[in-house]
Design a protein around this ligand. Structure first.
Ligand code: SAM
Length: 246
């Protein structure tokens, strides 16, 4: 059964309602954004654009970034589709996608467009779920989006309209860490691929569920997770990927 693309807007509205009432999640995301910011190189000429900004939180940490999404919400700078970006070739320094890559049914079609708009020294930064032995059951059971482990990944270079809602939480792990498609992604150099443990996030309930630990435990959990991150296949729950056109 297909789900209409408008499902994203329903989720954006739900997330917006949850965000203000959940300082724990705001603290966790602040740490995630710091990781992303560490991959931004201000020396690269061109604008920084976030694709699929949702409720637009990155901008609080990176005020110069252009916030965009499929839907023209008032807090965004631009409505646009990652498969058809309204930017001149080689004009952007960075593209940032937070929890968006696993919604791209045809990753190659997006990568082709990303390569077009990025400057030769530009960077594509992806922040995604990571599927490990321990995060798999949590993403699989507690989150409504499919992990889609083992399902075929569309390798087409274009995705015709109309487009439906798509989600496959396992795609970044499969493509960037398990290297399911040898030599992929063609035309890109991998600058950074890091998977880290974050039970403090997985057990926070995210946008849609209640946290299963008190907010005052966050710092202690984060310290513990630095150790657990040494065994990403076992404990990791998130990943950060940086790419540059080859
Ligand atoms: C899981 S949400 C993440 C939102 C936000 N980045 C965050 O972390 O809270 C995925 C977002 O990607 C957007 N999206 C999905 N497909 C897209 C596409 N082809 N182009 C641009 N945005 C897209 C959706 O509208 C949605 O806002």
């Amino acid at each position: 059964m297909t789900v209409p693309l408008a499902q994203h807007q329903a989720e954006i509205e739900r997330n917006l309602r949850a965000w203000d009432g959940k300082p724990l999640l705001q603290n966790i995301y602040a740490g995630f954004y710091r990781r992303i910011l560490a991959l931004i190189d201000p020396a690269i000429p061109g604008r920084i654009v976030e694709i699929g900004s949702g409720i637009g939180n990155l901008k609080a940490h990176l005020p110069g970034a252009v916030a965009s999404d499929l839907f023209p919400n008032p807090w965004l700078d631009l409505a646009c589709d990652g498969y058809e970006l309204p930017f001149r070739s080689a004009s952007l320094s960075h593209l940032v996608l937070f929890d968006v890559f696993h919604h791209l049914q045809a990753p190659n079609a997006f990568l082709r467009e990303a390569r077009r708009v990025l400057a030769p020294s530009g960077r594509l930064i992806l922040f995604e779920p990571y599927i490990s032995w321990t995060s798999y059951p949590i993403y699989g059971l507690a989150h409504h989006e499919p992990v889609a482990w083992g399902k075929p990944i569309n390798r087409a270079e274009a995705l015709p309209r109309p487009r439906d809602y798509y989600a496959a939480q396992g795609n970044a792990t499969r493509l960037f860490f398990r290297q399911e498609l040898p030599g992929w992604p063609e035309g890109w150099n991998l600058l950074h691929a890091e998977a880290f443990s974050c039970f403090y996030y997985l057990l926070s309930g995210g946008y849609s569920k209640r946290a299963v630990y008190p907010a005052r435990w966050l710092e202690a959990l984060q310290r513990l997770e630095v150790r657990l991150s040494s065994w990403p296949r076992l404990f990791a729950g998130r990943c950060l990927i940086g790419l540059r056109p080859a």
